[in-house]
Design a protein around this ligand. Sequence first.
Ligand SMILES: Nc1nc2c(ncn2[C@@H]2O[C@H](COP(=O)(O)OP(=O)(O)O)[C@@H](O)[C@H]2O)c(=O)[nH]1
Ligand SMILES: [Mg+2]
Length: 305
Amino acid sequence: MLGVVVHDGSLLIAGVGSLGSIWAKRAHENCSDYCDLLLVDSDEASFEDSRHAHCVPLGDLSSEGCAALPELAASHFMKATAIMDKILEPVELLILLTSLGGGVGSGSAPLLASQARRKGALVISIAGIPFDDHPTRREIASSAFNRLDESSDVCAKLSLDRLAWQARSRGVDWRKHPSWIEELVQGLVLTLGQVGIINLDLMDLRSVVSRSGAATMVVAEGDPNDPESIFLQALSAPLASLDVSGSTGCLLQLEGGRQMSIYQMEKVADAFTRGLDENAQVIIGARHSDGLDGKIRVVAVVSGL
Ligand SMILES: Nc1nc2c(ncn2[C@@H]2O[C@H](COP(=O)(O)OP(=O)(O)O)[C@@H](O)[C@H]2O)c(=O)[nH]1
Ligand SMILES: [Mg+2]
């Protein structure tokens, strides 16, 4: 089945801060037919190669920027709330990418998230957490994370240590090719932006993430006949920590080539939901995808942790 484009501005990927902007641009490249891109930074370099993005500069770009000053970034952001209001008007789902521990992401990502939520959008945030050997940045990141988490429906901690490790094992630069983030965002956007065999939509996502407790998400891809290894791959994602056992809500999107059978889908869904609470709410969607012959890709949002 061909995907149906429903690009009406309701899906927005936002990159906040330098690293967040790099990630958002990469992630958006793979799904620009389905969603818009917003970049927020005090550094002009982040707006390069982004002709089709909403670019919101914070402060005076010719000055020093907000190096490691979250409060300064926050006060610049406050001056941009009117324009943000316009950009956020049609948005129903905001996927916010940022790395905490510096100035812009730490100071303004929580404000963007809460503004989007006040306007009725669902907010999924992915927040990079600094390397273990940067204690000062980790401290800034930790307080910023709490604020971002409070303002988001789902807020996943992404360990830069693990991201870098994964990138090394794939032979790519962790800053420029965050493949895990690209796959996850693409999975989410295509799940919600395309019509599939069994449809999932924002209402399903809303229903899963509205459960109390923390929520997180994973993506994994593999041989449809080997569901266990797909599940293990999902657990090895560069998230800071991941224990989904006993969770009470799960949205599962399965995507595979045209040969994907109901039997294979059932087996993979079973591997992902076996460890959940026995009364967990599980919502499953499935879709054929041209690029996935002989493979299944799973995107899971797990809540009630
Ligand atoms: N070691 C290392 N950490 C980085 C690098 N880029 C970003 N980070 C980490 O990510 C955090 C946020 O960086 P950045 O996005 O540049 O900050 P912002 O633009 O002020 O929001 C920093 O505090 C670092 O922990 C890098 O090139 N090397
Ligand atoms: Mg920066």
